[in-house]
Structures are given as structure tokens and as C-alpha cells.
Design a protein around this ligand. Structure first.
Ligand code: ZN
Length: 311
């Protein structure tokens, strides 16, 4: 099923916010549609439901833009799991891991802008760095894909720079899986490797009606080609990894500032990230007030032990 474009999303928002839905005057459906590229019809339906639930929970007469904002986070990142207690050291490691993603994502060319970074566990993740394109994306450039791979390794590299080679965790497993998938598709499907050329390799999944048996993983290319494909995938990954490592080494001050901001505020958005990237101290989040107790300062400097979840 094709994803809805911006007009399609606006129509879907209209459908899902019809009476008896009590839409507040401060909600602009056209703006919501613009701010939700990559959202499917089901995502939009979920977002409207979540927004209504949040309004009811907060005893609001109408569903206002704050409800929609929080509902959007829930749909994008999964609901917060505040009951999940992380140790100070786990929080610290998560903060550095996420800051690593965010900083690399900010510096590499053509990357989607960072939308939010949080160390509040959501879904299966201990922390999340969300990027959201500004417009609907109908195709992706080679530069964009390389930048994404760099950003995916930013988390692991930040862990390594802070805690040392021996204390890196399994927290990057999903990042590694996604990055490897992108690099593999670049070489075997999308014709984005000079050495391999614009050819398609691997099983044909474009004709599902033929059934699995018709497209068994019968290789139609030589061992030599197979080796070339493997080495190209590795080259892409290695060069992106090195680029990301250089970026983080050159921006250690910002890495520390962002990790500290995450430990203090738990969630930061593009405004705080703008401040940090310009070398300033981050402003307080707009919903921050003095009643928010900053979490206790970590005193332990030991490293995380035991299994970690995806970050
Ligand atoms: Zn990660």
C-alpha cells in the first residue's frame, strides 16, 4: 500500500477528527499533515485516538495541539515506559549513545533533521533519537543513504569513545542490522556501488505471485562476484564508520554537553540541539519548570554490565 502524501494525510486527519471528536481551535490539520511525513493511514488513526485519550486523561474539553504533539511522539517512538528503572550508569551510557546518533546526524550532509532525542525508555528501546524528514521522500540519494549509515554507527562509536573498546554493549544491535541492510541493498539492489555496477543480485522478491519456490536462493552469479559484493558492502560500512568516528572525535565537547543535557532533561528537541551544536549551553525545554527535579548526579564511573536492550 502506498503511503499517503501530504494532501492524503490532511484528508485522513479530517476523517479521524470528525464529530464527536472535539477538535480544539488551535489545531491546524494542514500543519499536522505537513509535520507527519512517513505516517501511514493507520499511524494517523492511532495518533488521533491517542490525542483524544490524552485529552480525556487531562480532563480537557477539547483535543488541543499539545495532545497531538504528545500523540505524535507515542506513534513515532512507542509509549514511554517510565516504570522501567535504569541505573545511573545505564542512563549515562544511553545518553552518550543517543547523543552520538544525534550529533553525527546533524553534521553529515542531506540527513533528515533530528526531531527529538530522549533517554526515557520507549517500547523496546532504552533511548530514542528520532529523525523526521521535512517533506515527503519519494526517493533517496546515495549521499543520503551513506549519511544514514554514518548516523546509525554514531551510537556505538560514542559508547566506545566514552567507555572504551572493552565496554561497548549490545545496545547497537538494531543500528547495525539497519546499517548492514542499507549497505547490502545499495550494492545488490540499487546499483549504487561503482565496482559492482548497476545490477541486481540475490533472489527476486518483486514477483510474489510466483511463490517462494520459484525464486529459491539460487545464485546466478559467480563466486568472484559474490566476493566483490561482500567486499563492497564492507567498504561502505567501514568508510561510514570511520567518517562517523572522525565527526565524534572532532566534537567531543558537544557530545559531553548533549549527554549532560539528556541526563538533566531526559528529552531534548531541535531547539536544544541547535544551541548545543552552536557551542552554547542548551536552553530549557519549553515544558520544563522548576518543579521538575533533575535526576541525581551519577557518581559511579564504572561501566554497564550484563545484557543491554536496543538503544
Ligand atoms: Zn542506537
Amino acid at each position: 500500500v502506498d503511503m499517503p502524501d501530504v494532501r492524503g494525510r490532511e484528508k485522513l486527519f479530517e476523517v479521524h477528527t470528525k464529530a464527536p471528536f472535539k477538535l480544539d481551535d488551535n489545531v491546524n490539520l494542514a500543519n499536522l499533515a505537513k509535520a507527519t511525513p512517513t505516517f501511514s493511514g493507520a499511524d494517523i488513526s492511532n495518533m488521533a485516538n491517542e490525542a483524544a485519550l490524552l485529552a480525556a486523561k487531562q480532563n480537557k474539553e477539547t483535543v488541543d495541539s499539545d495532545c497531538f504533539e504528545e500523540a505524535k511522539d507515542r506513534v513515532m517512538m512507542g509509549p514511554e515506559r517510565k516504570s522501567m528503572i535504569l541505573t545511573e550508569e545505564q542512563k549515562r551510557l544511553t545518553a552518550y549513545h543517543e547523543a552520538g546518533h544525534a550529533i553525527v546526524g546533524r553534521i553529515v550532509p542531506e540527513h533528515d533533521p533530528v526531531y527529538k532525542v530522549t533517554i526515557i525508555p520507549r517500547g523496546r528501546a532504552l533511548g530514542v533519537t528520532m529523525f523526521l524528514p521535512e517533506d515527503d521522500k519519494y526517493m533517496q540519494s546515495k549521499e543520503y543513504l551513506l549519511s544514514r549509515i554514518c548516523t546509525l554507527y554514531g551510537g556505538r562509536i560514542a559508547e566506545q569513545l566514552i567507555n572504551g573498546e572493552r565496554n561497548i554493549t549490545t545496545g547497537a544491535s538494531n543500528d547495525i542490522e539497519v546499517a548492514t541492510g542499507i549497505a547490502t541493498n545499495m550494492v545488490t539492489k540499487w546499483g549504487l556501488s561503482d565496482k559492482v555496477g548497476p545490477l541486481k543480485f540475490g533472489e527476486d522478491d518483486s514477483s510474489p505471485f510466483l511463490g517462494r519456490s520459484a525464486s529459491q536462493s539460487s545464485k546466478t552469479y559467480s563466486d568472484e562476484t559474490s566476493k566483490l559484493i561482500d567486499s563492497e558492502i564492507k567498504d561502505i560500512i567501514n568508510s561510514c564508520y570511520e567518517r562517523a568516528e572522525t565527526i565524534l572525535k572532532d566534537n567531543m565537547d558537544k557530545l559531553h554537553t548533549m549527554a549532560e543535557a539528556l541526563l538533566k532533561y531526559e528529552t531534548i528537541d531541535q531547539h536544544q540541539i541547535d544551541d548545543i551544536m552552536s557551542g552554547a549551553e542548551p536552553r530549557e525545554p519549553s515544558d520544563w519548570n522548576d518543579n521538575n527535579e533533575p535526576p541525581k548526579k551519577s557518581t559511579k564511573e564504572s561501566s554497564i554490565k550484563g545484557p543491554a536492550e536496543e538503544l
